[in-house]
Write a protein that binds this ligand. Structure first.
Ligand SMILES: *[C@@H]1O[C@H](CO)[C@@H](O)[C@H](O)[C@H]1NC(C)=O
Ligand SMILES: *[C@@H]1O[C@H](CO)[C@@H](O)[C@H](O)[C@H]1NC(C)=O
Length: 139
């Protein structure tokens, strides 16, 4: 009987632990990513499908700091994202270190908030139709 309970416990832990380990996403960052996907002219639909639920740290293309749940990386190369980079939605990703939006069809100007991301050390906006310059700190 005891052995049976132990097996059951191990079985349950196997299901529960991965969930418990998943870093919860910082609410500001969750809102920022949702705003970004919501306001893309095209391509946002794909993102919204891939980005369901509230555990943004597990989303495709999103990397987080495990301790704080802050988003540190957004890698979306070649995702068919079309249109202007939406407003300032990503500006609140204040811990972002890596931003890769290369190989999409983004147009317009490089948003000024990019240069205010203090932790950004890798920025790739190549192969879009953006004008203007982005000055990443620490680059
Ligand atoms: C984006 O869309 C949201 C609604 O989903 C809206 O509240 C927000 O003002 C829009 N603009 C930006 C830059 O996020
Ligand atoms: C530019 O991006 C498009 C996708 O938007 C891709 O098909 C094309 O191969 C890319 N061109 C280069 C030179 O990487």
């Amino acid at each position: 009987m005891a052995k049976c309970c132990l097996l059951l416990l191990l079985f349950l832990l196997g299901f529960l632990l991965p969930e418990a380990r998943a870093t919860s996403c910082h609410p500001d960052d969750l809102q920022a990513l949702r705003g970004f996907a919501a306001n893309l002219s095209r391509g946002g639909v794909l993102l919204r499908t891939a980005w369901s639920g509230a555990t943004c740290c597990g989303w495709d293309g999103v990397g987080c700091d495990g301790a704080t749940g802050r988003v540190t990386a957004l890698r979306l190369p070649g995702r068919g994202l079309v249109g202007p980079i939406p407003g300032a939605s990503l500006a609140s990703l204040v811990k972002m270190e890596v931003l890769d939006l290369s190989h999409n069809q983004l147009v317009g100007t490089v948003p000024s908030w990019i240069s205010r991301l203090d932790h950004l050390c890798y920025l790739d906006l190549s192969n879009n139709t953006l004008v203007g310059e982005a000055h990443a700190h620490n680059k």
